[in-house]
Design a binder for this molecule. Sequence first.
Ligand code: HMG
Ligand code: MG
Length: 304
Amino acid sequence: MSEHIRIVEVGPRDGLQNETQYVDVSTRLGLVERLLEANVRHIEVASFVSPKWVPQMAGSAELMQRLPRKPGVHYSALAPNLKGLEAAMAAGCEEVAVFGAASESFSRRNINCSIRESLERFRTVIEQARGHQLRVRGYVSCVLGCPYEGGIEPGKVAEVALIMSEMGCHEISLGDTIGLGNPDSTRRLLEACLSVIPAAQLAGHYHDTYGMALANIVASLDLGIRTFDSSVAGLGGCPYATGASGNVATEDVVHLLHSLGYQTGIDLPKLIRAGQYISASLGRETTSRVARAMPGYGTSSAAA
Ligand code: HMG
Ligand code: MG
């Protein structure tokens, strides 16, 4: 039997947070429902951050409350501080994510504090979340380069990732926030992180800004990484990172993985339909090359 790769769909959060237009809660719910139809099982749906910083995520509590709950389906939401955690718990979240960075400048611009201060804040959030039986995921941003500082040392990423892991994050997602990585730098990054954290607790979160994300996923597969974040229709980026256009498209990742003989459990035709739905809602083209190559592919079932 072929090996399973876990996909964490981040389009409803990482994707839509970066759209200039506000997408209403019903449309976001419609996207999640279509992702579920495609058998996507891990979806980052919401973000409990300051609406002054990211107005696109307003309505996260309402969305959480309206989501269909199904066995085997895992929803998560960003929670940068205790205020965010409390809001997430009140809305019924079972998993939250804290998000730090390996770059001081990015940390300041994204969450208004230094890396050290952010880690202190996360410690409290993680302790309280775990005390209430919530799982906590940890993100490290700018792992392969920063829009303000340029190159980032793999050792610095590994250091931040290890601290978050030891604080109780069940998984650390390594974010190439502005897509500067290539397979060589990805390998060096992963070798540093794998020297302190097992592969099963790491995820690759690659942006396709320069068309490198799939190559970086292949390099990561070679080193044993088995969880990848991606965004349907290639939605997304980060509002505080100049040039950060586009998480790698989930359709392209699923196609790549199935063609390499891995299974994801995801139904590609239905996934393409989910991408068509949100692209039509936004009034723009998908950036998924697979979806563009197979626009009429949304009719039969072909889950691998
Ligand atoms: P701050 O201004 O330092 O916070 O922001 P504060 O504690 O001084 O509070 C200021 C105001 O915000 C107060 O309201 C608080 O109540 C409110 P006021 O009294 O002025 O009316 N506030 C909140 N409101 C709602 N929810 C909250 C919350 N916290 C405070 N949780 C803060 C600090 C962290 C809040 C802010 O910087 C923030 O919200 N940043 C979020 C930025 C963000 O979401 N960025 C995108 C996610 S990161 C990303 O996308 C990268 C990733 O995908 C990986 C990758 O791609 O590499 C994860
Ligand atoms: Mg991202």
